[in-house]
Design a protein around this ligand. Sequence first.
Ligand code: GSH
Length: 211
Amino acid sequence: MLAFYHTPMSCSTASHIALEECAETYSRHRIRLYKPDEHAAYKRDVNPLGTVPALQTERGLLTENLAIMCYLADRNPQLQLLPLDNFERAQCLSFLSWIASSAQIARRQSRAPQRFTDDEAAYPGLSSSGAIKFKACVARIEERLANSSWIMGEQYTVADGYALVVYHWALLDNLDMTLYPHFSAHLQRMLQRPAVRRALVEEKCRLLELE
Ligand SMILES: N[C@@H](CCC(=O)N[C@@H](CS)C(=O)NCC(=O)O)C(=O)O
C-alpha cells in the first residue's frame, strides 16, 4: 500500500489532491516540519532530503511533487490526469516544472531569504524581489486561465492541484485575489471536485471558506 508523507497546506497538497483523485488506498502521515524532533526523525526514517511530499511505493520512495503526481497519473491512466498527446503532456510537465522551479522558489525567496544568503543585510532586498517574482507567477496563471476552465484547457489534470497551491500561497501573502478573477474562478471549480474537497477538509484548509 502507498504511504503518503505531507504537511497540510504546503506544496504537498498538490500530490494529496492527486492521490484523492486516483482514489488510491494509502496511509497518510502528517509531518510537522516546524517541530525539529519530528523533522529530524522524518529525515532519518523516511526521506533523507527532509522535504514533503514523499510517497512510499511498493518499489521505493518517491520525492518531488512533479514525480509523485506523474507516477499517480500513470498508475491510473483511465483518469487522464496527464494528457495522452505527446506535445500536450510535455506542456503539462512544463507547467509542473515551472511551479516547482520558479513559483515556489520565488515565494521561498520572499518568505525565507535566509535560505539564499548568509548576509543579513541582503534579506530585505532578496525578500522583495522574491515577492515581485511570485506575483508575476500568479499573474501568469491568471493569464493562462483567461480562456479555459483548467490549466490544460478543457482537460482537468494534476497541474490544477498545483495551481491551487499557488493560489493558497498568494492568499497567505495577502495578494488581492479580486485582481485575478480567472484564477479565483478556477479555485471555485476546484472546490466543486469531491477529491479536492476531501484533501482540503483533511488538511483543514481555509480555502474551503472561500466557496
Ligand atoms: N521541489 C520539491 C519541493 C519540496 C519542498 O521544498 N517542500 C517544502 C514544503 S512546501 C519542504 O519540505 N520544506 C522543508 C525543508 O525544505 O526542509 C517538490 O516539488 O516536491
